[in-house]
Design a protein around this ligand. Sequence first.
Ligand SMILES: [Fe+2]
Ligand SMILES: [Fe+2]
Length: 234
Amino acid sequence: MEEVKIRNLEQREEIIITSEDVKKHPLVIATIEKSDKILGILGYTEHGLRHTSLVSNIAYNIMRRLGRDEKRSQLAAIAGVMHDMGNVVNRYYHAQTAALMAQNILMDLGMPYDDILDIIGAIGNHDEKDGFPISDICAALILADKSDVHSSRVRNPDSVKFDIHDRVNYAAKSSFLRVDDEKKTISLEIKIDTKISSPMEYFEIFLSRMVVCRRAAEFLGMRFELSINGHRLL
Ligand SMILES: [Fe+2]
Ligand SMILES: [Fe+2]
């Protein structure tokens, strides 16, 4: 019995799982699609395959820019793919639920235990309500997640008139997260159509997000900056 366990552990250490492998897992795809459907019913912005792929790519790029190796950057990319899966169960505690769901799937894929634990700790701490940057992977995930503000996330343009979240997202024509390893800054650069929403409205609803972005950047030894339409606000 003991021998079997040891062999299993050795095999796990040889396997390298990438975000592309995770993205192809049928349960991952089905869960993200259903989560997004449910969030649509609840009136939230898009949280589907577009959002999760983008967050995965941005988290990976942050890690690479900071000089992390391919392997560790892939762990952040995988956390990005899986971070919002918990919405299929409930919006509340979706980060923690997603972490446990990810654990099952990554076990199924044969990922080494230590990598799984790094990923689920990052996922479980990604939400601004109760999450804290507990690792570089988690900090990269938080920054990537919070920087996805874009008009394409609004499901119903008619709601822009009365819903501030939709209005701010709808007004955002582009957002870019710039990592400058020399200046030690991570800057979120957003272009807003001020005819739709004002930078003030952006602040009103994104203040808590900006606080976690600042915390995440500080965890990485960087300073967080925010600029809207070329004006530096933070
Ligand atoms: Fe989330
Ligand atoms: Fe997200």
